[in-house]
Design a protein around this ligand. Structure first.
Ligand SMILES: *Cc1c(COP(=O)(O)O)cnc(C)c1O
Length: 346
């Protein structure tokens, strides 16, 4: 096995059964209706290759954002597009700066491409420590905003300062951008080193179809398209994504639902003794009043999955839940109350 891959371990792969999934931050309204309709009625020729660079989807995205086809790189999930960025811009042994806490797969992409992830701590309120982020000599900087698992947006003046002071590419992963109401996308032509990542896996409710994309200036996008594996997005997923982009009403309803329920879920959790952090996304990170793994295992036994971050540095004893509909949140709160009372008597 390649030396840089030897220490890798498999990714999160829970035994799901019939559990209620509040662990993956997908859309609680369920599968994207326009994508479903497309899949049910499409007549594709399975014998034909898809378009090499998903040109039709890139055109649809260009009209959504008022940009051009050549600003986009489309792949099989934003995870593929993240991998493309590492393959395009980093050499063997290059470092990439990754804030802590943030998305665990960034370390994996750095390592699998023969480089290193340089961990730089966020401040106590989970904001960027700009000087610290710029200190290590690194080829690239990557950050999710809103951040996963903390849920907060980074201040745009900090992100812009990093873009100005950094020579290499700066990736802003906006997997939850639809919920945040603010984005770096309008600035892709202003900065020569900005790469924004977006996905169809969260607000678009299409995680199973694996579609993601980057937005950047045309120069960066062209380099990345040359590195990308041709045809990586299949014909059905491309067509479904095009249909989904045309139905912005579904996205608006999805975002409205989260905004409506975020406050009441946080309050309900506080009443049970949790300490929730502020969220600009469709999930909440919180400190658990009882042991994190006792809590998540207890919930799982009652049929609700959430994500445990409690043994990681900077999120000690924390768990993360997706924000559900009113009904789902009430189930979560009820089961959480049961788990806490069963485990505090002992
Ligand atoms: C969910 C998520 C992604 C999405 O990955 P896909 O490959 O598009 O499903 C990317 N980045 C972050 C921070 C995420 O939370």
């Amino acid at each position: 096995m390649r030396s840089t891959a030897k220490h890798l371990r498999r990714y999160y792969n829970p035994d799901v059964g019939n559990a209620l999934r509040m662990d993956t931050n997908t859309n609680v309204l369920g599968s994207n209706p326009a994508a479903e309709k497309f899949i049910r009625s499409c007549k594709i020729d399975a014998n034909d290759y898809p378009n090499t660079y998903s040109d039709r989807l890139r055109d649809e995205l260009a009209s959504l954002y008022g940009l051009e086809r050549e600003n986009f790189v489309v792949g099989s999930g934003s995870d593929e597009v993240l991998d493309i960025a590492f393959k395009t811009f980093t050499e063997w042994n290059d470092g990439t700066i990754v804030p802590v806490p943030s998305y665990s797969l960034y370390d994996y992409f750095a390592n699998v491409n023969g480089g290193d992830a340089y961990a730089v701590d966020l401040t106590d309120d989970f904001q960027l420590d700009v000087d610290a982020m710029l200190k290590p000599k690194a080829k690239m900087i990557i950050m999710p905003s809103p951040n996963n698992p903390t849920g907060n947006l980074f201040k745009s003046k900090d992100v812009e300062e990093i873009l100005e002071r950094s020579k290499g590419p700066v990736i802003v992963d906006e997997a939850y951008g639809e919920y945040a109401g603010t984005s770096m996308i309008p600035k892709v032509n202003e900065f020569d080193n900005l790469i924004v990542m977006r996905t169809f896996s969260k607000a678009y409710a299409m995680a199973g179809l694996r579609v993601g994309y980057s937005i950047s200036n045309k120069n960066i996008a062209d380099m990345m398209n040359c590195v990308k594996i041709p045809y990586s997005l299949n014909t059905i997923s491309e067509g479904a994504a095009i249909a989904a982009v045309k139905d912005q009403d579904f996205i608006k309803r999805s975002v409205d639902l989260v905004n409506r329920n975020r406050g009441s879920l946080a309050n309900g959790l506080k009443k049970l003794g949790f300490e929730p952090y502020p969220s600009d996304a469709n999930f909440i990170l919180m400190i658990s009043p009882i042991d994190h793994s006792v809590f998540t295992d207890g919930l799982k036994e009652k049929g609700v999955l959430i994500r445990d971050f409690g043994s990681k540095r900077r999120t000690e004893n924390c768990v993360r839940t997706t924000i559900g509909s009113e009904e789902l949140n009430n189930i979560l709160l009820k089961k959480a109350e049961e788990v806490i009372s069963e485990n505090s008597k002992k």
